[in-house]
Design a protein around this ligand. Sequence first.
Ligand code: NAI
Length: 298
Amino acid sequence: MKDVEGKVAFITGGASGVGFGMAQAFASAGMKVMIADIRQDHIDQAMDHFSNTNLDVRSIKVDITDRKAMAEAADEVEAAFGKVHLLCNNAGVNLFNDIVEATYDDYDWIMGVNLGGVINGVVSFLPKLRKHGEGGHICNTGSMASFISGPGAGIYTAAKFGVRGLSEALRYALGPHDIGVSLVCPGLVKSHIYDSDAIRPKDLAQTGGSPSKEFMTRLAQVHDAGMEPLEIGEKILKGIRNNDEFIFPHPEFREELSEIFDEVLSYLPDEPTPPARMEVEIGRRKRKAEAKAAIKNH
Ligand code: NAI
């Protein structure tokens, strides 16, 4: 989506952190923006910021795990702005417990918001992105945890790997329909994600254990060292304009990614592939290359 001026963006989690950075960058580039968030205090702070500008930013309170509310939000954006071109499935939460102790509630909450919320965004908004014929874009916020795992944040990592798989599949499927898809993979960003517990639903409250107060204080300090929301918002806008498959705002992960891919390759068996099987693979790769070539940058 090279030309963004006058186009309409819907950003989940748009009232804080990465989403707020996107809202600022998009609105400054002349887009009409609807920020959607579950936290009224975050919405109030964000709207307070925009009330001092002449940028066209509006807000809606919505829980992305609520499918009916998401469908209503999609209708509301259309009613407010006429059309919607850019869907940013960005809202996310993290849980800083040990996965060994995790309960079903821990899984349902983290998977429900981080992966389920993206699915709900796609199902609610895709028909609206397609119907005006002006092209569109879906930008999903993954994480470096879409590629890199470690001893912590296991459920979050599972969800973010899922967002990566979904985004790549959608990119192939939607390219021919003039809808681009990007996956944003942030590293550390100055945000409030450490405060996710404040919005944990009461009906998913059974947890396998909470981190110590000291850990949470340290976590807030760690996030304070992160990238500024506006900086990441501008990088995301650039990636959307280029229809980049991946938007990596943070350079500091190059070495680790390279190690991961080398390690994965080292596990492949070093033996010849039977010709009949190789033929199937060659056919599949050809179809993939054709699908890739059909992805336009509109
Ligand atoms: P944040 O907490 O500052 O902003 C997220 C916003 O999403 C909040 O305003 C929150 O109220 C909202 N939200 C949470 N659950 C929601 C729900 N069910 N429905 C609607 N809104 C909801 O956090 P941040 O960091 O800006 O998070 C944005 C995205 O960036 C997330 O997907 C997160 O996983 C991702 N990310 C963040 C990183 C960081 O270092 N901050 C690193 C990598 C990825």
